[in-house]
Design a protein around this ligand. Structure first.
Ligand code: SF4
Length: 350
């Protein structure tokens, strides 16, 4: 049985080096067929191959280790174990359409070290394989199927769990391609959130096969020194370089479905003043049509950081609106189960 984080495809090729390509397509289709829960269900494969798959290839690469449900019942958070014993978090959240949004991880830990983030405190252990990312969708789909009283459809995915997705570019891209091919998820319902690593952003922009999903760049400050203090991996001249990239991105992808969002976590007394809102608005409007999504801070990762007061959040948003910026606010969910990424894994590591 597979015990190292190689992909199912690599393992399948080792087991069956001479199989025609359609066999692998049959296997991927089987993995995404609702109601099929093991290799035993895949009756269209030869019996000997089915038995080899049962013996050697995990149907699901993730096992739920710990599951927490919020008091409101609208958020479920799983700490999952993978074949090598490493653990990641994935979250299922009810959304406004009476469907579900899942938040997925792309790495075990993260190397970016954002000061407000529990995952950043863990450091990076390894990147996930395509299967380990994609199976987070399959895990929640099957978990819901076992609870028929709940809404069943997963309509949205956000890459806002553990890790920086663009440092795991190929696996994230393969996962997106698989989901867009083998599930009913549409590109406008998937958001890849990145801290904004400029070489990876350039690679994405130059990549004609990068799927047309939404992108969210974590900005958090429109002042270079302040941003560096919040996101330590900020490159010198990050803000002008990001502005230049964003203009080229918007020009190249001039379609609504490619739209770009800047994420801005509001930290009391750090980046939430009206002056900083004006600075942000100036930065955004100089680039073009980019929405700002403000995020109330709700983690316990950094005891010296506090959430902005409700009045400060309201004033900040109003200032942006007055300056012509489209602004939304992320709904905070599951505070009682520490649903922000990395908190469960971090508390277990302690
Ligand atoms: Fe990594 Fe995202 Fe946390 Fe920053 S916020 S440390 S990029 S997981």
């Amino acid at each position: 049985m597979l015990t190292s984080p190689s992909t199912r495809y690599e393992h399948f090729q080792t087991l069956f080096p001479n199989e025609p390509a359609y066999r692998w397509r049959q296997i991927v289709t089987a993995l995404y067929t609702p109601g099929w829960r093991s290799w035993t269900d895949v009756k269209n494969l030869p019996a000997a191959m089915r038995q080899a798959l049962i013996d050697e290839l995990p149907w699901q690469t993730l096992t739920i280790d710990t599951l927490q449900t919020s008091a409101a019942g609208d958020t479920h958070k799983a700490l999952c174990r993978m074949v090598d014993g490493q653990k990641i978090e994935t979250v299922l959240m009810a959304n406004a359409r009476d469907q579900w949004t899942i938040c997925v991880s792309s790495q075990v830990g993260c190397a970016m070290g954002c000061v407000f983030c529990a995952t950043g405190k863990l450091g990076l252990t390894r990147s996930l394989t395509t299967d380990e990312i994609a199976d987070q969708y399959r895990l929640w789909r099957d978990w819901l199927a076992d609870r028929p009283a709940l809404p069943q459809r997963i309509s949205n995915v956000v890459f806002m769990g553990m890790g920086e997705p663009l440092t795991n570019y190929d696996a994230v891209k393969d996962t997106l391609t698989t989901w867009l091919t083998d599930t009913d998820l549409g590109p406008t319902h998937i958001t890849v959130s990145s801290v904004g690593l400029l070489p990876q952003l350039e690679k994405l922009l130059a990549d004609p096969t990068w799927p047309s999903v939404r992108l969210a760049i974590s900005l958090h400050a429109a002042d270079g020194a302040l941003r560096k203090s919040i996101v330590p991996t900020s490159a010198p001249d990050f803000l002008p370089q990001l502005a230049d990239w964003a203009k080229r991105f918007l020009h190249a992808k001039n379609k609504r479905r490619n739209h770009l969002t800047f994420e801005y976590i509001l930290l009391a007394g750090v980046n939430d003043s009206p002056r900083q809102a004006k600075q942000l608005a100036d930065f955004v409007t100089r680039i073009g049509k980019i929405k700002v999504n403000v995020i109330p801070y709700n983690t316990i990762a950094a005891p010296d950081l506090q959430a902005s007061a409700t009045t400060a959040i309201t004033q900040f948003k109003q200032k942006l609106t007055d300056c012509g910026v489209v602004v939304t606010q992320r709904k905070t969910m599951g505070d009682d189960i520490a649903a922000a990424c990395g908190q469960l894994a971090a508390s277990e590591q302690k």
